[in-house]
Write a protein of this length. Sequence first.
Length: 262
Amino acid sequence: MTSPGPTAVYERNGALFQPSGLARGPWDERAQHGGAPAALLAHLAEEATGPAFALARLTFELTRPVPIAPLTVRIDSGRARTARRLRLEIEHAGFVIGRAVALMIRRTAVEVPATPDRRLTPAPAQCRAGFETPGMPAGESFHHEAMEIRVARGSTRTPGPAAAWFRLRVPLLAGVANTATMRAVAAADFGNGISWVLPADDFLFANTDLTVYLHRAPEGEWIGLDSETIAGADGVGLSSSTLYDSHGRIGVAHQNLLIRPR
């Protein structure tokens, strides 16, 4: 009999976070997809400040590949009343491998005028095409098994701008229900993956950072990305995405890209 696969992206054991194979990225089977640790950091920032605060911005710098190995997270939390900046560091074996700043803003009821908002169409239920980027491995990984992906516009099989819907299939953290912020940040790291401009068979185009701005928390399980990638001749690129839920826009995300021939 085959043993069942992992049922969550991370397990928490005291101060340690143990990633499963569902955290794996496309470039190295020993390293995680950026969306997995980014979403974990977003959750820990929310946990540290409590429900009175909303995540307005997360900037995550991947100083080294994040391994599929036990991790610890150090959090330095500010004390401001209305806007707190939390500094988070991911460590493995005593080395810092990623740093982030989370800007948390205290929620306040404000009356704003009702305005029509753009929506990403078609809706997930009407989308049939899946994520099939050439050169991307299948199997136990964040992009293939932890996420359900439905392409809304364009194609992930050919280069150029594209839009897609994303849904976490499993809990990000075992025993914890996926939050709106987890879902948004986990999906935000896929902008380059769906709007690639250079073939993955010939080029490595890994993101060295991710910045996500959220002007409101998403509703529902599905997060939409409308993305475009630009590649520079000097090996530096940029992916930009507008983020959506079923009601309209929720924020934007940007990724810097390190581009190298294989």
